[in-house]
Design a protein around this ligand. Structure first.
Ligand code: SAH
Ligand code: SF4
Length: 344
């Protein structure tokens, strides 16, 4: 059966025509689903009962099953969803003064297997469908209320988005089409552990979307220990790809740097980082490691992180330390889902 929330607008138009409807019905249906956040065909009052019955036979509206919501004192909320096959995924809602952001998952588990990441430890089950990706946005938007519009989407939840490229791409098309969710392309960020073919594809097919690279280390030796995939896609070749990415000073690439005590937090690391990103329009986001019971790594002291940041600032690089919002509910990306599985 056709899955409505997996269709881009042109596909939706084709679909309505294929079942004998007039083309303008696509816009009506799209407005019910994406503007009014309808969950059933019965809500679509400008479509006749007969028409609605026909739709029900040909197409399904996939709605995620919300199992649990945890609210943090700072307003961050973590949502746990159950999929039709029983798998579970999570999303995080992060309200800020000037924007509301959702962090979405793209896979059940992750095959990259980074040594610091709880999602990676759980292995890989499957890719999410486009509707499972898009409905994280829709369900959370319904929950927080339409007056709190979610303006930003970061693909930084569970999974490696560039290993599920086609479904992520379609999801982004639905998120950014004005006839659908209508978000600005500048407010969507895809984070990758450095999948070179995926970065090339993004540059070609999604050139307006922001790219974030999880770099985390400045030598291949250290990066391999953190991200095993570095053996296949070493630092130099990934940085070369970033140079080719259509970014500029208005739309910089985000370098994510997970900072871990004694592993990658020295002044020498900061200096090597400066060399690596020279001539690439970037901003750097330092992410202090979020510890969890039995984790192999530790978060560096505040002073150590500040020193690291200062070295970069002094070299003229815009560098921020990502504050860990929603910490008491383990809402940090990479910590998702683990609690439910009791690996924490
Ligand atoms: N797979 C993609 C996107 C999802 S992971 C990627 O790796 O970029 C999103 C971010 O969460 C990554 O930058 C990752 O390094 C970070 N992360 C994972 N585990 C973490 C932890 N324990 N503490 C802090 N950040 C973590
Ligand atoms: Fe996968 Fe990203 Fe976690 Fe690495 S950090 S295991 S790429 S989700």
């Amino acid at each position: 059966m056709t899955d409505l929330k997996s269709l881009t607008f042109p596909e939706l138009e084709q679909f309505v025509i294929s079942i004998g409807f007039r083309k303008y019905r696509a816009l009506q249906i799209s407005q019910w689903i994406y503007k009014k956040l309808a969950r059933t065909f019965d809500e679509m009052s400008n479509i006749s009962k007969e028409g609605r019955e026909k739709l029900k036979k040909k197409v399904k509206i996939y709605n995620l099953n919300l199992l649990k919501k945890e609210l943090s004192r700072d307003g961050t909320a973590k949502y746990l969803f159950e999929l039709e096959d029983g798998n579970r995924i999570e999303s995080v809602f992060i309200p800020e003064k000037d924007r509301n952001t959702i962090c979405v998952s793209t896979q059940v588990g992750c095959s990259v297997g980074c040594s610091f990441c709880l999602t990676g430890k759980s292995g890989f089950s499957r890719n999410l469908t486009t509707s499972e990706i898009v409905d994280q946005y829709i369900t959370v938007q319904r929950d927080v209320g339409i007056e709190n519009r979610i303006s930003n989407v970061v693909f930084m939840g569970m999974g490696e988005p560039l290993l599920n490229f086609e479904n992520v791409k379609k999801g982004i098309e639905i998120l950014t089409d004005n006839r659908m969710l209508g978000l600005s392309t500048r407010k969507i960020t895809v984070s990758t552990s450095g999948i070179i073919p995926g970065i090339k594809q993004m540059a070609k097919e999604l050139p307006k979307i922001k790219l974030a690279l999880s770099l985390h280390a400045t030598t291949d030796e250290t990066r391999e220990k953190l991200i095993p995939l570095n053996k296949k896609y070493p630092i130099k070749s990934v940085m070369k790809e970033l140079k080719n990415y259509p970014a500029d000073n208005m739309r910089r690439i985000m370098i994510e740097y997970l900072i871990i005590e004694g592993i990658n937090d020295s002044v020498e690391d900061a200096e090597r980082l400066i060399k690596l990103i020279k001539n690439i329009p970037v901003k750097v986001n330092i992410i202090p490691f979020n510890e969890y019971p039995k984790s192999l790594f530790k978060r560096p002291s505040k002073e150590k992180i500040e020193t690291f940041q200062k070295v970069l600032w002094d070299a003229g690089i815009a560098t921020f330390v990502r504050d860990s919002r929603g910490q008491e509910i383990s809402a940090a990306c990479g910590m998702l889902q683990a609690k439910e599985k009791q690996t924490v």
